[in-house]
Design a protein around this ligand. Structure first.
Ligand SMILES: NC(=O)c1ccc[n+]([C@@H]2O[C@H](COP(=O)([O-])OP(=O)(O)OC[C@H]3O[C@@H](n4cnc5c(N)ncnc54)[C@H](OP(=O)(O)O)[C@@H]3O)[C@@H](O)[C@H]2O)c1
Length: 199
């Protein structure tokens, strides 16, 4: 535990990534706090180390946010669209690649109403037209998975749209795969974009 905390302090002091400021603050506030056993962890708390780290972090340029609350989408409602006996399916990342094809195939069966959950609504609408998706077979809704507020907003919009109807299927297709990126990328909430699960 002690070694881990010390590692985090050192990492925060030297890292230059966008996530580092949050890590730095958390580490500062918990470093001298007694743990569950009532023992205060011994942490390498050299003032110069903190000062050095703080200076680096203060100079770190934060990346642009992926999602702006100001650009929030107005909740969509079912106005004019008859879903009838069709099932409602949400496809994330429906604006390109496999998600796009999946959305188009489902919409064209006539058995599904597709909610295209996408980060670029205009792009999705264009793609839907290009793929020949029937007018009343889909709706494009804003979803930026790199921001938890956007996820909450999407859920709110989806509920407003489908009203009391159930959501029948959720296809979690959207993802990024950047194994060769030299630097890690971070979400607006400070999570690393790529995660590896080692079993
Ligand atoms: N293709 C393969 O060989 C392969 C192999 C194994 C697994 N997979 C998995 O299959 C899925 C689809 O692959 P693909 O090749 O079709 O990928 P793709 O063409 O890159 O499409 C990924 C989709 O995810 C969306 N997306 C990315 N980041 C997002 C974010 N932060 N918020 C919301 N949407 C986001 C993209 O939106 P934009 O349209 O705005 O870019 C795009 O529509 C992925 O989960 C991928 O990991 C693919």
């Amino acid at each position: 535990m002690t070694r881990l905390t010390a590692f985090l302090v050192a990492a925060a002091a030297t890292a230059s990534s966008a996530f580092a400021p949050a890590l730095y603050k958390n580490t500062l506030s918990t470093a001298a706090t007694p743990n569950v056993f009532g023992v205060t962890p011994k942490v390498q708390t050299s003032t110069s180390l903190f000062e050095k780290g703080k200076k680096i972090l203060d100079q770190t340029e934060l990346p642009e946010k992926l999602y702006f609350e100001k650009a929030k989408e107005a909740p969509k409602v079912l106005g004019g669209i008859k879903i009838g006996t069709r099932k409602i399916v949400v496809v994330t990342g429906a604006s390109s690649g496999l998600g796009k094809k999946c959305a188009a195939v489902l919409a064209k069966t006539g058995r599904y109403f597709v909610v295209m959950a996408v980060r670029d609504v205009e792009k999705a609408k264009k793609v839907a037209k290009e793929e020949g998706m029937p007018e009343n077979s889909y709706v494009a809704m804003k979803l930026e998975l790199g921001n938890l507020q956007s996820v909450r907003d999407f859920v709110q919009n989806l509920k407003a749209f489908k009203s009391a109807r159930p959501l029948n299927h959720l296809i979690c297709n959207a993802a990024v795969y950047r194994p060769t990126d030299p630097e890690p990328a971070w979400t607006d909430d400070g999570f690393e974009m790529s995660m590896v699960r080692i079993a």
